[in-house]
Design a protein around this ligand. Structure first.
Ligand code: ATP
Ligand code: MG
Length: 379
């Protein structure tokens, strides 16, 4: 997607305001979007791409498209989806549970408010070809398709049960318990596998790893979501937002000295480390910051948060070593995925990576888990 098409996206984000901080903290290099998709994978031979390209043009005119559900293709428009209500809300829009009438498939539909012209919609939808190819990774939420409806992008994806931000709050605040180390290990394994798949197979860097983007289903499968097309829409918003809204951002992304050197997978490793500490300890690893200057001071100048054993919770040396290696402040020394996948803590959880009985127990004891309100940690 071209810089100009992203730059011209006019996103209707309530309360968006320019402030002085952006003059100091212009983190992202100008080729930001191109860096997310470093190199596009050649089209998969199984997919009928002529058909897809035809549909992209078709979609722009009629707000319709093709849903790809388990390799079955369905022509659809927003009218073919029955809205069953909101299941979540983020900074950029809402996620609703919907059912596709023809196939009876329940899905999650993320609706991102955007007002972009047809050319720009076309650029975004072209990226479907890349994102569509993720269905062979069991650690990534399946993507079914996307359409534009009255300018808003509707992203249809596999419906999961809930996200880790809600799970850890339920466990810590409702049940007054901790998430066991073996669950932390499985989460770490699944997310590293997903990130490694994105990097190796699709040449994509996620850039928004956080507990709300790690989803769990009722069978205990753990999957990563929110990259690719949604990420690119989000990029266009992030470009005009206060960068302090990205609390999981690595120090090298925040530090103006390094921010222009390009995005590296190890920045996602930092965000993973932050997420694991948050899920394991039950709270965001930094004290609340109220301005981007606070964030700059704490993340760039301060010591990195560390996972430690406490009176309430004991972690093994392997667990502490693995999580804390993700939090090495100098990204040159921080491990990449191949090294992490060889770490004894990750190797230990590389088989039987479901958390079935544990999640069943939590869901049974906190049946309203999806209603848990999650506040933003920062301004
Ligand atoms: P941000 O807007 O900063 O990315 P976020 O990740 O919390 O924050 P959304 O991606 O809009 O915001 O998601 C909102 C909530 O919707 C998530 O926290 C999650 O609980 C729920 N959700 C998102 N995708 C799915 C899905 N595929 N299946 C089930 N629930 C989902
Ligand atoms: Mg999300």
């Amino acid at each position: 997607m071209s810089e100009s098409s992203i730059g011209r996206l006019g996103l209707a984000l309530d309360g968006l305001k320019m402030d002085r901080s952006k003059m100091f903290l212009n983190f992202e290099p100008s080729q930001k979007s191109e860096q997310r998709i470093i190199e596009q994978k050649p089209p998969s031979p199984q997919k009928n791409h002529d058909h897809c390209s035809h549909n992209i043009v078709h979609m722009l005119q009629t707000s319709s498209g093709t849903l790809n559900i388990k390799d079955e293709l369905y022509e659809y428009s927003a009218e073919d989806l029955i809205d069953l209500g909101e299941i979540g809300r983020g900074n950029y829009g809402t996620v609703n549970k919907m059912v596709h009438k023809e196939s009876g498939t329940e899905m999650a539909v993320k609706r991102i408010r955007a007002t972009i012209d047809e050319m720009e919609q076309k650029h975004l939808l072209k990226e479907l070809d890349v994102v569509m190819n993720t269905s062979d990774c069991e650690f990534i939420v399946e993507f079914y398709g996307a359409i534009f409806k009255e300018g808003d992008c509707w992203i249809c994806m596999e419906l999961m049960t809930t996200s880790l931000d809600k799970i850890y709050r339920a466990v810590h605040e409702r049940l007054n318990q901790r998430i066991p180390e073996d669950i932390i290990g499985k989460i770490a394994f699944c997310v590293i596998k997903a990130l490694n798949y994105l990097k190796t197979n699709l040449k994509i860097i996620h850039r928004d790893v956080k507990p709300s983007n790690i989803l769990v289903d009722a069978h205990g499968q753990i999957k990563l979501c929110d990259f690719g097309i949604s990420g690119n829409l989000v990029d266009s918003i992030a470009r005009t937002r206060d960068a302090g809204c990205q609390p999981y951002m690595a120090p090298e992304r925040i530090d103006p000295m390094h921010a222009r050197s390009g995005y590296d997978v190890r920045s996602d490793v930092w965000s993973l480390g932050m997420s694991l500490i948050e899920v394991a300890s039950g709270k965001f690893p930094y004290p609340m910051w109220t301005t981007v200057f606070d964030q700059l001071l704490q993340v760039v100048r301060g010591d990195a948060p560390q996972l430690t054993s406490t009176d309430q919770q004991f972690f093994t040396e392997d667990c502490l070593d693995c999580v804390n290696k993700c939090m090495i402040k100098d990204f040159n020394l921080r491990p990449k995925y191949p090294e992490l996948l060889e770490h004894p803590f990750i190797l230990k959880y590389s088989v039987n990576n479901k958390v079935t009985s544990w999640i069943e127990d939590i869901l049974a004891r906190v049946p309203d888990i999806t209603d848990i309100k999650v506040g933003t940690e920062t301004t």
